[in-house]
Design a protein. Structure first.
Length: 255
């Protein structure tokens, strides 16, 4: 039987119950349905096999109604987690997840970096090529970031032409384990250079560049302070002529 949290197929695909509720899903949900059935006149003891969730049983009706609610909750959760245009995580999910990442980093004594990224000249893409082309370019950049970062790094669409990346267990200079290890500054600048080269190669009308602002988590920093520090650095990167990286140097994000 699947562990709770690993939801199996809801609808049976084979056997006499094909098209009905699957036995695996029945087992997975049976414990959670107990209170619902008790409160509404059903009996969890009556559910012994997939036939007991038939169309006419009290348990079957309640289970199907509960199932619809579960599916709706899952759809809404997914919509809130992901940015529709790019497929990366959403700003709403960033605000939910970042405090947890900060808490874990502090508990385990591990470093954490946050980077704001602005897509330079993106407004010109929309103005000259149209919003559909702008959406396509935004998706192209999101896919580029996915290829450029580690599996455990987190990418969020913050809004407009802004992205945020959260880099757990990431030292700015060196972890001390590898003499050849690149600094975070070098890694981020490498991303900047590769995006510029890709745009020059593939976009003749309005090639874009990126401005990056980065900061490291300090012991007393909140999620809001961490984001503000990185955003401040991204603003300075754009003000300095775009297409560059600015990194905070001291406590609370002061440069």
């Amino acid at each position: 039987m699947n562990e709770i949290g690993e939801r199996p197929n809801i609808i049976a695909k084979r056997g006499s119950n094909a098209g009905g509720v699957s036995r695996q899903y029945l087992n997975w949900r049976k414990g959670k349905l107990g209170k619902i059935l008790t409160d509404t006149g059903g009996d969890i003891a009556n559910i012994k096999n997939d036939r007991d969730l038939g169309k006419n049983s009290v348990e079957g009706k309640l289970a199907r109604g509960n199932l619809a609610g579960i599916l709706q909750q899952e759809r809404l959760k997914k919509l809130s987690m992901f940015d529709e245009a790019t497929g990366v995580y959403s700003r709403r999910y960033l605000m939910e997840l970042l405090p947890k990442e900060i808490g874990q980093a502090k508990r385990e004594g591990l470093p954490l970096a946050v980077v704001f990224i602005d897509l330079d000249y993106f407004k010109l893409v929309n103005d000259k090529l149209g919003h559909l082309a702008g959406d396509k370019r935004m998706k192209k950049f999101a896919d580029f970031l996915k290829r450029s970062l580690r599996a455990g790094d987190l990418i969020f669409r913050y809004g407009g032409d802004e992205f945020v990346i959260v880099l757990p267990n990431t030292y700015r200079f060196s972890s001390g384990k590898d003499k050849e290890e690149s600094t975070l500054d070098q890694r981020l600048d490498d991303i900047r250079i590769k995006w510029e080269a890709l745009e020059k190669k593939t976009e003749n009308v309005v090639p874009t560049t990126i401005s990056l602002g980065a900061t490291m988590l300090e012991p007393e920093m909140t999620a809001k302070e961490l984001l503000m520090a990185a955003d401040k650095m991204a603003y300075r990167a754009k003000a300095a002529g775009r297409n560059n990286l600015k990194f905070t140097d001291s406590i609370k994000g002061a440069a």
